[in-house]
Design a protein around this ligand. Structure first.
Ligand code: AMP
Ligand code: ZN
Length: 467
């Protein structure tokens, strides 16, 4: 069976084929870093990690390159570190914006490490991509899709014939609904900010329109273009991002590049609520990942990140989840059972030799290929255990490793490939020759391969492999 994915854009499940059989390209909107991540934020991290794992698994099997198994999967998940919510929080706390975003980004990484998810290939920060945003906005102005007014550069929604296709709303509906506050400087109420001027105490970057900062939507258009190209395969995020965020990303990217789509497939996870209620600070039912892992506020004990992950995967990613302590208890029980039955790992964490090359067993693969049907995959594991004539059950170990509920099977190799070594050498030469454009180009190429370079003050360059 080919991989079938539900596409919000067409409202259908469709067979998936990458645009480039050598490289499957995936973008997930990442967190805005000003506070602890809550368990709702953990949902896209968890479900799109399963997608990343499945794509890697199929790539290794040669699904898209005639059996060669050389297809790469490039997964980009950004960090939104420029946003008015961040500015407000930094002011409230009396700390610098840089300190706040640094601290919360670290905390985010720390929290999700407990969930056993793979690192994205590239994790760009918005603040490292301001020139790319300025370039996109310049193109939109030149092509007649944007205008300057009232200290802002705005995207003009009426300049795009099919604006609203993702969220299925046309402009008349949007305007009649008057969901968007009427602001006199806007040509249409739905026009949205690409750039806005900053006061001296707000963060800002020099631009052709004065010192200012980007709007939220342009950040993702710029970062996805930089690391994945003008058109790529899959774009993901939570349901709440369909409108306006994703709609506006599409408008910007398509109008700047003159393309028919931004990404071929748009996937959205459903929302999570807590014990039957919307999670909100005012209701006092806000569950952060950190609290769940490190306090006994929920059911009187600390919980393992893997348990949270399994509890979430019991629900299909497009369905809403009502998260309860009871669901954690059930997941903990199940995971405990699975782990007792799975083949034990050697003490060094390595897996028994005979396991490493074996594919994920077909029933689980089939379930996941059906639009990431994780509840079905979980049921398959249970029925396999119930019907197994022997213990330990090696397929359970395979499945656990696949989901990152044991140590990872494809434990991401930290070794550089020949090509990567060559590119690093070429970049070193470009720097020596002060050929900065070439050097930047090679750095980006390496980043897209998961090799992040760091130029040190002493003139040396080191790298970190993130795959
Ligand atoms: P934010 O940091 O608010 O931009 O959110 C980061 C990601 O978490 C986005 O993909 C949101 O759609 C997602 N998200 C936020 N709240 C929830 C929730 N309650 N349930 C599921 N996903 C959520
Ligand atoms: Zn985004």
């Amino acid at each position: 069976m080919p991989l079938m994915l539900y596409n919000t854009l067409t409202r259908k499940k469709e067979p998936f084929r990458p645009l480039d059989p050598a490289n499957v390209r995936l973008y997930v909107c990442g967190p805005t870093v000003y506070d602890f991540a809550h368990i709702g934020n953990a949902r896209p991290v968890i479900v799109f990690d399963v997608l990343f794992r499945l794509l890697r698994h199929l790539a290794k099997k040669g699904e898209w390159d005639g059996g060669k198994g050389e297809t790469k999967v490039t997964y980009v998940r950004n960090i939104t570190d420029v946003d008015d919510k961040i500015n407000a929080r930094a002011k409230e706390e009396g700390v610098s914006i840089g300190d706040l975003t640094e601290r919360t980004t670290k905390q985010f990484h720390h929290d999700i490490a407990a969930l056993g998810v793979l690192r994205p290939t590239v994790e760009p920060r918005a603040t490292d991509n301001i020139p790319q945003m300025i370039e996109l906005i310049t193109t939109l102005l030149r092509r007649g899709h944007a205008y300057e007014a009232g200290g802002e550069v705005l995207f003009e929604v009426t300049s795009m014939a099919d604006y609203g296709a993702l969220s299925n709303r046309n402009l008349d509906e949007q305007q009649a609904g008057a969901r968007v506050a009427v602001e006199p400087h806007k040509r249409n109420p739905g026009d949205f900010v690409l750039w806005k001027l900053s006061t001296p105490d707000e963060p800002g970057w020099d631009s052709p329109w004065g010192r200012g900062r980007p709007g939220w939507h342009i950040e993702c258009s710029a970062m996805s273009k930089r690391y994945l190209g003008e058109v790529f395969d899959i774009h993901c995020g939570g349901l709440d991002l369909i409108f306006p965020h994703h709609e506006n990303e599409i408008a910007q990217s398509r109008c700047a590049h003159g393309t028919g789509v931004m990404a071929n497939v748009w996937m959205h996870n459903g929302f999570l609520q807590v014990e039957g209620q919307k999670m909100s600070k005012s209701l006092g039912n806000f569950v952060t990942i950190n609290d769940l892992l490190n306090t006994d506020k929920f059911g009187g004990k600390k919980w393992d990140g893997e348990v949270l992950k399994l509890a979430m995967l019991q629900t299909h990613y497009r369905q809403p989840i009502d998260w309860t302590v009871k669901s954690l208890e059930q997941a903990a029980q199940k995971l405990g059972r699975w782990k007792r039955i799975a083949v034990p790992m050697k003490t060094d964490g390595a897996l028994p030799d005979q396991l490493s090359p074996r594919p994920l067993f077909p029933l689980i693969q089939n379930a996941l290929e059906d639009d990431l049907n994780t509840p079905k995959a979980i049921a398959q594991i249970d029925s396999l255990i119930n019907n197994a004539s022997r213990e330990p059950v090696v397929e359970v170990s395979d499945a656990l490793r696949f989901f990152g509920l044991l140590r990872d099977p494809y434990s991401q190799t930290m070794e550089l490939t020949k090509l990567e070594k060559k590119l690093i050498a070429q970049r070193g030469a470009a720097r020596t020759n002060k050929n900065w454009d070439e050097s930047d180009r090679l750095r980006d190429e390496l980043a897209a391969l998961g090799v992040v370079l760091k130029d040190n003050k002493d003139g040396t360059t080191t790298w970190e492999v993130q795959r």
